[in-house]
Design a binder for this molecule. Sequence first.
Ligand code: 1CP
Length: 359
Amino acid sequence: MNSGIIGGELFPRNIGVILVQQRILDALNHQRSTTPPVWFMRQAGRSLPEYKKAREGIAMLDSCLMPELAAEITLQPVRRHDVDAAIFFSDIMVPLRLAAVGVDIQPGVGPVLDSPVRTARDIAALPAPTFDDASMIAEAISLIRAELTPEKTLLGFAGAPFTLAAYMVEGRPSKDHLRARALMHSDPDTWDKLLTWCATVSNLFLHVQIDAGAQAVQLFDSWAGSLSRETYARHVLPYSTQALENVTVPRIHFGTNTAHFLDLMAEGVEAVGVDHRLPLDEAARIVPDTVLQGNIDPALLFAGADTLHAHALDIVRRGLAAPAHIVNLGHGVPPTTDPGVLTELVAYLHSLDTDKLIG
Ligand code: 1CP
């Protein structure tokens, strides 16, 4: 190896590969770092004042299609909190917009479709599940990778077909997703066509992000917990598998209230998300070979530093039962969260040494 002397020190020169520890990617490869890796769902946007300022006067879905703005919002929480991953600022509804489906995200409401999709005729009227132009997504991802320091991981994501369909059938957010859950039983053929359409656009969306530089991806099935195990296995899981088809980077599969089919969600992925209802050591008993992500109760962000630290420490200890563990919340950052609490929580987690917690 070439080497030279500077200030009397021998230093290596022309190193072909510089090895940088990427705590999140290492964890997804079953390599536990002694410092717990952490990022937060919905860290981009929501509680940050710099996000609210950057978005002023710009509609949510429009902001997702503006590369410089999407890159900036993605990077804001990494700069502020020093989390180990950036999650691409976008939305599970973006692929619908890219496929020319009439959809908007209304402030204070959430996703609203021009026409709900409930019958065979509605499905036939959907545009083809392809994107005319997704270059703005690729451009945003390239901008983020260029800015992100090498020890941080860029996560891409997509909505799982069931969670997407829950919005498409209902036409707007709903509590219990009754219409979608009825449709899969009353008209399985129409359900199959709708879920295949959703799986196709989510899969495309993931591939655009991966091709542009996303290093791992998360599939969000936020509402899957409303289903029984049997219904999930029969009417939902095959399409989530399809959404992840040919994905060559590590995959995280996220849902809430999914203890009763966590083993099914773990099939074919590297990691599963666990919400605050299921202790991580119990999750590790259900899926012993799968990396776990979670599961700080978002409510504890409002409980004061001492209580939050004790809760986070307990979670890190329980996470030692898994092959590796990525700290996260059980669900997204609540909009009213004090950003300072998140920054301080990251610093606390990064001050821990898991080697000292064993035994
Ligand atoms: O006006 C605003 O600021 C809009 C709020 C907002 C934001 C910041 C929405 C509307 N979406 C997003 C960004 C977003 N959405 C991200 C960005 C990256 C991050 O920081 O995590 C991600 C990953 C999502 C994914 C998403 N959108 C999910 C799955 C995750 C989850 O929290 O369960 C879901 C269910 C959506 C739909 C959606 N988009 C927006 C809202 C308010 C909702 C939920 C509405 C509901 O059904 O209650």
